[in-house]
Design a protein around this ligand. Structure first.
Ligand code: GLN
Ligand code: ZN
Length: 764
């Protein structure tokens, strides 16, 4: 018998119940007990519906009120000193670590968050030092196992593995200079032993131990620690499923296959190529192989025929009893259920499969492999065959014109007419910007008035005309504000945008939008990524109207504002039938037309934001070059169609450029703006060392907090920057867009920024 399993489930509730409860708790509207109760409801509904869809192995211990890695830190007592001794309940310490706390005399910032591998989920980074005293504060895995058991469901608890837990963390401020978290392994293992022993005593047979770092190049350097840790855990006598996802084991398979574990899970949705070697390596062992055939990362229906073909390789090699059919990873990265979508067409619904539907998929696949005589299985296979065939037919009849255009991309289309130095002269004459030009990153405060107007327009409570008048009024006032403050290169403020990706997706051909398909991004912040379903093209200008209106009300130059192709792609659910490269280039061509239209409309500075370029980097270093080549080419394709005298900008919301300087340079944007206020000047020395040659605006203040930076503080920053960057290349701007800020601090901050830039003009 082939068993079916799900590795983890969305923790947000089918109707975002968990967000609502958590935020109500933060606002003091419900008690901790009421929060626990709301959480229990969601867990219960997850377990029972996974079970009801026929899945054999149901996960528990994967639920969280904020982040599962944070749960792990709290459970293992990895709590930085700054959150301790504040007289807070354990729950409030937990939330303080996740999101900071500023109330009743307590003022602590949130812990750092990082992207979870190459997904859009953020985890709270554990902080380690020699002083950490591991202990088991609570056992979430045990509690949830018992909670599910009380409902009559026996689950397989999920726990983050010891090596990944340490490696995904960072050294805290308290740590000594050469400290490495992995050195704590001997101290940490006894806590895992306690945790797993408690599970065993409660009757747990199998536990899923996640070690996703095994798909990274760096995983190889922990061979010794893996051997040590899993030898220790094997003594407990609980069966562990060593779980990897998002990538391939590659050579790590050599030592992984020798670990004393009862099972191994691999991601075959991402990396089907690793199947044969894995089966080969496991043949001489008793290890059970869990096949990640149903994607936990995308929302497309699984092609059963293709999945079964792969699965049969494993069944033939290892025998049905040693094979499990599973989701590739936790399903936390996809929305809960397609059943909530009321506006998708029948045709569209037939393409997709969300978390609950994927649970059913693993059950059907396992039944099919177990030679089930159940007629329902046969009809499900047939229905899937028909759906997949229809989808293929739709794909092949997609947009020929767009495909031809991608095929016809020439090298010249990627190049500006002249080199930067020459362009710079043309732009100086054309834009007439002073030395140390001041600008902002695009958005201005999104007030509740703006959000309400957008909502009313969405509900047709106001007419198109009324809405446009409202947006124009907003633009006018943002322009007047910038003139008053004395900024040099203006923006229109982005009041018409709900979101920097959704706004473009809604206007491009080839996207589909959902009503309720929320996915957790971090904590209680959920996003609703658009879905790319077919070849992408522009149906008409998307931003020209707003930018040219903004330009018409000022004599100062206006900067057009677009989201770049790689960012739109990364923050959407992509298609799986064509490569990401092709989708990115289709987006780039659409944006190229927009850029050229903006220029025709008299907009001579155009910013194409690419904050997601870095997070799209593949997990394995050997795959980087290929990605960076098409990603940078896409940006160039989008921006290179303009005259020398038009200034192109790009913006990145991070400061980690290590290893990608050549690609940042190759973007060949005339000006880039980057987050720099929180990093020390190391970042700029790295730019200098690399010899970055174009204009650059390192953010002079942090926009993530309402704090107003003083004029002197900004002057000092500029002075420090000028020690590292040539004065003729420096722009002065904030770290990122201002949409989450209030007007009061925005005004005060920008006044100081302008005053500091004026001072610099006199001084340098
Ligand atoms: N132009 C966008 C804004 O100002 C950029 C947002 C971002 O970098 N994430 O909001
Ligand atoms: Zn940004």
């Amino acid at each position: 018998m082939v068993a079916s399993s799900v590795l983890g489930f969305p923790r947000i509730g089918a109707n975002r119940e968990v967000k609502k409860a958590v935020e109500a708790y933060w606002a003091g509207k419900i008690t901790a007990d009421e929060l626990t109760k709301a959480a229990s409801e969601t867990k219960k509904s997850n377990w029972t519906s996974i079970k009801a869809h026929g899945v054999d192995i149901v996960p528990s211990g994967d639920f969280t009120l904020y982040d599962h890695v944070l749960d792990h830190s709290a459970s293992f007592n990895v709590i930085p000193p700054r959150y301790q001794g504040k007289n807070l309940s354990p729950l409030d310490v937990y939330f303080a670590m996740g999101r900071g706390r500023q109330a009743d005399g307590v003022d602590v910032p949130a812990s750092e968050m990082k992207k979870w591998f190459d997904s859009n989920y953020h985890y709270v980074v554990p902080e380690f030092s020699e002083a950490v005293e591991f202990k088991l504060n609570f056992n979430k895995q045990l509690e949830e196992f018992q909670e599910a058991k009380a409902l009559g469901i026996t689950t397989r608890p999920v726990v983050l593995g010891p090596i990944s837990f340490l490696v995904l963390g960072k050294a805290s401020k308290e740590a000594s200079p050469n400290f490495e978290a992995i050195s704590l392994l001997p101290k940490l293992l006894p806590i895992y032993v306690t945790l797993l022993t408690q599970l065993k005593e409660a009757g747990v047979e199998w536990v899923q131990i996640d070690e996703p770092i095994l798909v990274l190049d760096s995983g190889a350097s922990y061979e010794k620690q893996f051997a040590q840790a899993y030898a220790e855990l094997a003594k407990i006598g609980i069966k562990s499923l060593l779980t990897t996802y998002f990538g391939r084991l590659d050579t790590n398979l050599n030592f992984v296959a020798k670990l004393p574990v009862a099972g191994l899970h691999i991601d075959l949705s991402r990396e089907p190529g690793q199947l044969e070697a894995t089966v080969e390596a496991l043949k001489s062992t008793p290890i059970v192989l869990s096949l990640g055939l149903v994607s936990g990362r995308n929302i497309w229906k699984t092609d059963f025929a293709a999945a079964l073909k792969l699965a049969r390789v494993a069944v033939e090699g290892l025998g049905a009893d040693r094979v499990i059919v599973a989701t590739s990873s936790s399903l936390l990265h996809i929305p809960v259920t397609l059943a909530s979508e009321k506006k998708l067409t029948e045709q569209q619904k037939d393409w997709f499969s969300f978390a609950l539907e994927k649970a059913e998929e693993v059950a059907i696949l396992a039944a099919a492999l177990s030679d089930s005589q159940d007629p329902k299985v046969a009809s499900a296979l047939e229905a899937n065959r028909v759906s997949i065939a229809k989808r293929r037919e739709f794909e092949s009849s997609s947009d020929d014109k767009v495909r031809k255009r991608v095929d016809g991309i020439t090298p010249e289309m990627l190049n500006r007419k002249s080199a930067f130095v020459k362009r710079r002269e043309a732009q100086k004459a054309h834009l007439d910007l002073p030395k140390f030009p001041t600008t902002t990153i695009g958005s201005f405060p999104q007030t509740s008035e703006i959000r309400q107007a957008r909502a009313k327009f969405g509900k047709k409570e106001i007419t198109q005309e009324q809405y446009e008048e409202f947006i124009k009024k907003e633009i006018r006032s943002v322009v007047e504000f910038q003139e008053k403050v004395g900024l040099d290169l203006l923006v229109h403020g982005e009041p018409e945008r709900n979101d920097m990706v959704q706004y473009f997706g809604e206007q491009l051909h080839g996207f589909v939008f959902t009503q309720n398909a929320w996915v957790q991004s971090y904590g209680s912040r959920y996003v609703r990524p658009p879905i790319i379903v077919s070849d992408v093209s522009r149906t008409g200008p998307m931003t020209v109207r707003w930018s040219s209106y903004a330009q018409s009300v000022t004599k100062k130059p206006m900067k057009g504002m677009l989201t770049g192709p790689v960012t739109i792609l990364n923050w959407s659910f992509p298609r799986v039938d064509v490569s990401r490269e092709v989708q990115s280039k289709q987006l780039a061509l659409a944006l190229r037309d927009e850029v050229i239209d903006l220029e025709k409309a008299g907009i001579y500075a155009i910013q194409v934001d690419e904050p997601a370029i870095r997070e799209g980097l593949p997990l394995r270093r050997v795959d980087w070059d290929n990605y960076l080549t098409w990603a940078v080419d896409s940006f160039r394709l989008a921006t290179a169609g303009v005259e020398d005298s038009t200034q192109t900008h790009s913006h990145f919301c991070y400061s980690d450029f290590n290893d990608i300087f050549p690609s940042i340079q190759r973007l060949d944007a005339d000006v880039i703006s980057i987050e720099a206020s929180k990093s020390d000047m190391k970042l700029l020395s790295a730019f200098k060392q690399y010899g970055y040659s174009n204009e650059i605006g390192p953010g002079v203040y942090d926009i993530h907090s309402p704090r107003v930076p003083g004029e002197q503080e900004i002057k000092d920053r500029i002075a420090a920057m000028l020690k590292l960057l040539p004065d003729h290349l420096l722009f002065v701007n904030p770290d990122c867009g201002l949409k989450t800020r209030g007007w009061k601090e925005t005004e005060a901050s920008l006044e100081n920024l302008v005053a500091a830039a004026r001072w610099a003009r006199q001084t340098y």
